[in-house]
Design a protein around this ligand. Structure first.
Ligand SMILES: *[C@@H]1O[C@H](CO)[C@@H](O)[C@H](O)[C@H]1NC(C)=O
Ligand SMILES: *[C@@H]1O[C@H](CO)[C@@H](O)[C@H](O)[C@H]1NC(C)=O
Ligand SMILES: *[C@@H]1O[C@H](CO)[C@@H](O)[C@H](O)[C@H]1NC(C)=O
Ligand SMILES: *[C@@H]1O[C@H](CO)[C@@H](O)[C@H](O)[C@H]1NC(C)=O
Length: 307
């Protein structure tokens, strides 16, 4: 952050907060996921993430928590969203995009709110705006997709930009959406209990990319699930997928092939946006190397304790 920007920010924050001194505390201030641990397997958020720069968000909408995100303030984008997968009981909602007042003002409401005009400068500084995506060549890619959520309210709650990363259309409506459908199918067919999902973004390592000079573009998307209780008569052909499985998807058709190879026979609209399925361990190895963090996504690797 430049000095000028920092100054702008702190002055603005001060002006805004002044009328509140001594007033009621409106939102919950938290530097951790204590209000939404239920969305993590064994109530344990991933470990090994160097917390500096990241802001936990318990995604609250209409007076309820719906999922959790770890937000990177400088990137104005989430590192991951964590949720419990469910079959949707209806259609994809008409999207009303929302923002998070709590990112701009720690004492503001912790509920997401629909965008309005004009937006406060401190809010604009603190998170992505719809305008950031408008003239970009990227779609708004859900980490927690609305169709992995049961109720209409659950689904509406996924339309916060803090659950969104810039995603190429070829990935979003191509191989990545196939992966999302596949996860849903595996849940419905084989899970006998909860499926915990963590889906995230992997930024570029050498030359970061941005839309509108503000929002970080991921080079890859990644996702992993943990379904600790699955049906007892699991077919041999799908044993590999339980209790955990993972994937990494390309978000740049020009990236090298060292993480995800390209299927040159794919049709042109989706070519170069391949998704590679892999074990949880392989994904964690890639994350450790790429992000220089020994990330462990699920407590005890999602292994059910021996009896
Ligand atoms: C988490 O945040 C709450 C405030 O919401 C605080 O009371 C609690 O001590 C924090 N827990 C940890 C482990 O930091
Ligand atoms: C979305 O809006 C359109 C037109 O306003 C309406 O016809 C449609 O039923 C709505 N869909 C949902 C899922 O609410
Ligand atoms: C969007 O991009 C086009 C072409 O790059 C440019 O001419 C136009 O001014 C941009 N619009 C906005 C609102 O930034
Ligand atoms: C699902 O779990 C329940 C309770 O543990 C068990 O009784 C049932 O047999 C399981 N169903 C299948 C299909 O494995």
């Amino acid at each position: 952050m430049s000095q000028r920007k920092m100054l702008q920010f702190s002055t603005g924050a001060l002006l805004f907060l002044l009328p509140w001194f001594g007033g009621p505390v409106l939102g919950e201030i938290s530097d951790n996921f204590s209000q939404c641990l239920d969305f993590f397997y064994k109530k344990s958020p991933p470990t090994g993430i160097n917390a500096a720069g990241y802001q936990p968000i318990c995604q609250r909408y209409k007076n309820q928590y719906h999922f959790a995100s770890l937000y990177h303030r400088q990137h104005r984008a989430p590192l991951f969203s964590a949720y419990i997968l469910s079959s949707a009981d209806g259609k994809r909602p008409n999207s009303t995009w929302m923002y998070e007042p709590q990112l701009a003002f720690s004492r503001a409401s912790s509920e997401m709110k629909p965008f309005h005009t004009p937006m406060d400068n401190n809010v604009i500084e603190s998170q992505a705006m719809l305008q950031d995506y408008k003239n970009s060549t990227y779609t708004k890619g859900h980490l927690n997709p609305s169709m992995h959520q049961k109720t209409k309210q659950n689904r509406e709650a996924t339309f916060t930009l803090t659950n969104i990363v810039p995603q190429k259309a070829g990935s979003n409506s191509g191989p990545w959406s196939i992966l999302e459908n596949e996860m849903l199918r595996k849940f419905k067919t084989y899970c006998n209990g909860s499926m915990y999902v963590i889906t995230g973004a992997m930024p570029y390592t050498s030359e970061p990319r941005w839309i509108n000079n503000r929002v970080s573009v991921p080079e890859y998307m990644w996702s992993a699930y943990c379904c600790p209780s699955y049906i007892t008569n699991l077919p041999e052909s799908v044993r590999l997928f339980f209790p955990t499985y993972a994937a990494v998807g390309r978000n740049d058709r020009n990236s090298g092939e060292e993480i995800v190879p390209i299927n040159v026979k794919a049709k042109a609209s989706v070519r170069g946006y391949d998704v590679r399925r892999m074990s949880l361990e392989t994904l964690e190895g890639i994350l450790a190397q790429r992000m220089a963090m020994p990330i462990s996504l699920f407590h005890g690797k999602c292994q059910v304790e021996a009896f």
